[in-house]
Ligand binder design. Structure first.
Ligand SMILES: *Cc1c(COP(=O)(O)O)cnc(C)c1O
Length: 372
């Protein structure tokens, strides 16, 4: 089955009691027992499970080709719960260029708690190999990376992780399963911020983990999800399931516009550099062709000058909204270094762009007037 059909099939269940084509939202926190004190259905209490969450988790596992999916209240809650399943003394390898919250959790929460970690450029495979320790349990990849859109060779990094006895996790938020299926590239776990493309409308926060195998480690994470309760509300699950129905069409349309915008910016006299996997000068072209079905709808642009020039440029934009986050139907632009703060390693003249569903010609005209 093609992805679009799979996405519809995975999120569409007519309600068996009413025939409603759209599933109801089950707000109940608790579920009744019969005269013999037996539960009347498979649910007990909404923290461990709820019909809307179960439907979303099953859909997520289907889309990523995994054995089991788990939904969380945010991407960070998913990362937090996965890291909590490790033990003090374990070591984690994390990409240098990654969503800033991932190493921030390692540094601020898990380092004091006894985890050690090393940051490494995932495109330097020798460095990845050298950085594996005896106690390395997890290798955390994110590709395309944030915000420089470098590509990690998932098949090779997963092999290096397995050789060292570690699990390989891929944050697949930017690519989505439309463009990249890490479990088919031998990764063990996929992580998502469903706040982004999967929900797609910048109106719900969520996170997800999908495990290739429903093994002891996956069950440990499942039990932490239920015990610690960083779970999404039934309404949030319903919204994310609704977003998944249009993921394929949204991604293809946004990607075509991102390609046109990147082509326009690349070579513009006011632009120093464009980072976009769809440009012919991207250093990882071969890898992109091998592991992705397309370059995605995120790009970064470095304008001539520094922070002042970058901020002056985005101040003149009329169609792009100046805001953090990504993956919605409206185009967003942000000065990443301002958001990440003083410890940021992001170039001061870099702007991260999330392309939405506006017409490419209108977005390009807006960029052209602001760069003039
Ligand atoms: C947004 C994001 C996260 C964090 O997700 P939240 O839902 O904001 O907690 C993690 N990874 C990537 C790549 C993201 O873009």
């Amino acid at each position: 089955m093609h992805f679009d059909t799979l996405a519809l099939k995975a999120t569409h269940q007519a309600d068996p009691t009413t025939g409603a084509v759209v599933p109801p939202i089950h707000l109940a926190t608790t579920f009744a027992r019969d005269e013999a004190n037996e539960l009347t259905g498979p649910y007990l209490y909404t923290r461990p499970n709820n019909p809307n969450r179960e439907a979303l988790e099953t859909a997520l596992a289907t889309l990523e080709g995994g054995a089991v999916g788990m939904a969380f209240g945010s991407g960070q809650a998913a990362t937090m719960t996965l890291l909590q399943a490790l033990s003090p003394g374990d070591h984690v390898l994390v990409a240098t260029d990654s969503y800033y919250g991932t190493p921030a959790l390692l540094e601020q929460v898990f380092h004091p708690w006894g985890l050690t970690y090393t940051r490494v450029h995932m495109d330097d495979l020798d460095a990845v190999k050298q950085s594996m320790h005896e106690n390395t349990r997890l290798v955390w990849c994110e590709t395309p990376s944030n915000p420089l859109l470098t590509i990690t060779d998932l098949l090779t990094v997963a092999r290096l992780a397995h050789d060292a006895g570690a699990l390989c996790v891929c944050d697949n938020t930017w690519a989505t399963p439309v463009l990249q299926r890490p479990l088919e590239l031998n990764c063990d776990i996929v992580m998502h911020s469903t706040s982004k493309y999967l929900s797609g409308h910048s109106d719900v926060l969520g996170g997800a983990l999908v495990f290739k195998r429903n093994d002891e480690f996956a069950q440990r994470v499942r039990s932490l999800q239920s015990l610690s309760g960083a779970v999404p509300s039934p309404f949030d699950c319903w919204l994310i399931s609704r977003g998944i129905k249009t993921l394929g069409v949204r991604m293809r349309a946004q990607m075509a516009t991102a390609q046109a915008v990147a082509d326009f910016l690349d070579g513009h006299p006011s632009v120093e550099k464009v980072h976009y996997p769809g440009l012919p000068n991207h250093p990882d072209r071969a890898l992109i062709a091998q592991q992705m079905n397309g370059p995605g709808a995120m790009l970064s642009v470095q304008v001539n000058g520094g922070a002042a020039e970058a901020l002056a440029f985005i101040g003149k934009l009329k169609l792009f909204t100046r805001a953090t986050s990504l993956g919605g139907v409206e185009s967003l632009i942000e000065h990443r270094a301002s958001v990440e703060g003083p410890n940021s390693t992001t170039p001061a003249n870099l702007l991260r762009v999330s392309i939405g569903l506006e017409h490419a010609e209108d977005l390009i005209a807006d960029l052209a007037q602001a760069l003039r």
